[in-house]
Write a protein that binds this ligand. Structure first.
Ligand code: RP5
Length: 181
């Protein structure tokens, strides 16, 4: 039930695609139903030119795949994992329990409880296993945070992030100017 664009995002970024540039960020999610939200993270990474992959990895439906993904992500060259899930959203926390990489959790709003269930499932991690939890459905910020993390060791990315902030400020100021006229 994926539309064309979403299917392309998935198809173009699979683990089996040997021709792709080695991904630096892994975007994973519990279900293809999370993709309309999670694609915003991919769009940010594309904007900043950060190679990434997009995968469906479910903590509950494909636990072995989750274990294998989290176990080998670092040695495959992944630097940051963005994990989105809804409901009993165990994926980000379980992945953070296995990999030493930074994990950014995106609570996806489901059909009931308005995403608060997802938020609380992701944010309430025990001491020792952190997940950087983003606001409900805000995968854009997950992408931006991943860029900032990579920017610590990549001056080019860091200066592009500064430019992004400048552009954002300019756009807000211009809207303000229009309101005054
Ligand atoms: C979670 O269950 C997924 O992350 C998704 O947000 C939710 C519902 O999944 P589907 O029933 O739509 O596949 O594991």
């Amino acid at each position: 039930n994926l539309d064309g664009n979403l299917a392309t995002i998935l198809e173009g970024k699979t683990l089996d695609d040997k021709t792709a540039v080695a991904p630096r960020v892994g975007i994973i999610m519990g279900s293809d139903s999370d993709l309309p939200v999670m694609k915003c993270a991919a769009e940010i990474l594309e904007k900043f030119g950060v190679p990434h992959e997009v995968e469906i990895v479910s903590a509950h439906r494909t636990p072995e795949r989750m274990f294998s993904y989290a176990s080998f992500a670092s040695e495959r060259g992944i630097k940051v994992i963005i994990a989105g899930a809804g409901g009993a959203a165990h994926l980000p926390g379980m992945v953070a329990a296995i990999t030493p990489l930074p994990v950014i959790g995106v609570p996806v709003r489901g059909s009931s409880l308005d995403g608060v269930d997802s938020l609380l499932s992701i944010v309430q991690m025990p001491r020792g296993v952190p997940v950087a939890t983003i606001a409900i459905n805000n995968a854009t910020n997950a992408g931006l945070l991943a860029v900032r993390i990579l920017g610590v060791a990549d001056e080019n990315l860091l200066s592009r992030m500064s430019q992004y902030l400048e552009d954002q400020k300019e756009s807000v100021l211009q809207k303000g100017d229009k309101l005054e006229k």
